[in-house]
Design a protein around this ligand. Structure first.
Ligand SMILES: [Zn+2]
Length: 355
């Protein structure tokens, strides 16, 4: 029995990374979804492959579990597990196919259903051990099913793991696209991302700016972009900073700024370059951060408002968090900003400690 599960390679890679980053509830939920998918596929296949008498048993079980009102396609995880138990399907299938059930014969699926329910509905925590077990049982099931691209999937999963650990390599950023869910994941921090054409996001910003200007003035509109950028940067900077402190308590401020520049240069906003002078012990940090090919000035005319202030605010927010909450003044040097100088490509953000 050869089964394909679309995007399996991506999903297993995502699960491994979730295990490594401690998102155990995500692992249990996602594994449960893959279990459901696999059990449903297995049942349907069995309905065509197994001997006639076995098939009757399967249909009877489907009727009973579905209470004559719904079929396997609408069964949830718990019902699927009931269906397999009642029809003794795994054993039937093992006999018919000559495959060894291995761990699966001792697997208590209902324990996984319970765990999934507790995590999903009660918001319960689960341990690495539990998440590992569920993941390993899933791998076992997929292996026994003979999922056709499983070998490639396992290899691929490890490949992705290596990639995500080397975020400073050239071309290292990979977004995982989970096609069936319509979700894009940034592998570097396992966060959900979305993508816009640069023109689209700039049009959105422009329209917001224009409408605020109508009810107030340009100064207010511009300031709103700086403030919203700063808040976004503050959120992101504090998360990143905490994560780095957990990973390495002796990470210097300079290293943090370097890491941040690398990280945010990977998502298409432009390339950040750190030109700050930083002396950790004396809390000195001033100088410049460059943003090369800032998306906010892409294809912009001279007459347009200085909307690159969103990125100025963002840079300010991130750096303030990295520098332990110290207030900073960050400004784009308009004498060289590409918004006013179409032949230039670099925004130069001046950074000073606020007095
Ligand atoms: Zn600028």
């Amino acid at each position: 029995m050869e089964e394909r599960i679309d995007g399996l390679e991506d999903k297993l890679g995502f699960l491994r990374r979730s295990l490594d980053t401690g998102h155990y509830d995500v692992v249990v939920k996602e594994c449960s979804t893959l279990f459901e998918l696999s059990l449903r596929k297995l049942f349907r296949q069995a309905l065509t492959d197994l001997p006639y008498r076995d098939r009757l048993d399967l249909q009877d079980a489907e009727k009973t579990i579905g209470k004559n009102t719904k079929g396997v396609g609408d069964f949830g995880f718990g019902e699927l597990v009931g269906l397999f138990r009642q029809s003794n399907l795994l054993k039937k299938w093992s006999q018919a196919s000559g495959r060894q059930l291995g761990l699966l014969s001792s697997l208590d699926f209902s324990a996984i259903v319970d765990l999934r329910n507790r995590v999903t509905h009660d918001g319960a925590q689960c341990s690495r051990l539990e998440a590992d077990l569920v993941f390993n049982y899933l791998m076992n099931l997929l292996a026994i099913l003979g999922v056709s691209d499983l070998d490639a999937s396992v290899k691929g999963a490890f490949k992705q793991l290596e990639r995500s650990g080397t975020s400073n390599n050239e071309d290292s950023r990979i977004f995982s696209h989970q096609k069936s869910r319509g979700v894009l994941i940034n592998d570097a921090d396992n966060s959900r991302n979305i993508a816009f054409k640069v023109e689209t996001i700039n049009n959105i910003f422009h329209a917001i700016h224009r409408e605020i200007e109508k009810i107030s003035d340009s100064q207010v509109a511009t300031n709103i972009f700086r403030i919203s950028g700063r808040e976004a940067g503050t959120n992101f900077g504090s998360l990143m900073s905490q994560k780095w402190d957990l990973e390495n308590e002796f990470m210097s401020l300079g290293d943090k700024v370097k890491r941040w520049c690398e990280f945010d240069s990977d998502v298409g906003w432009g390339k950040f370059e750190n030109q700050l002078q930083i002396v950790d012990e004396e809390e000195i940090f001033s100088g410049k951060v460059l943003l090369i090919e800032n998306f906010q000035v892409y294809k912009k005319g001279k007459s347009e408002p200085a909307e690159c202030l969103f990125m100025v605010g963002y840079t300010q927010g991130v750096l303030e968090q990295i520098f332990g909450g110290n207030k900073l003044d960050v400004t784009c040097d308009m004498s060289v900003c590409p918004l006013k100088n179409p032949l230039k490509k670099i925004c130069v953000f001046g950074v000073e400690k606020s007095v």
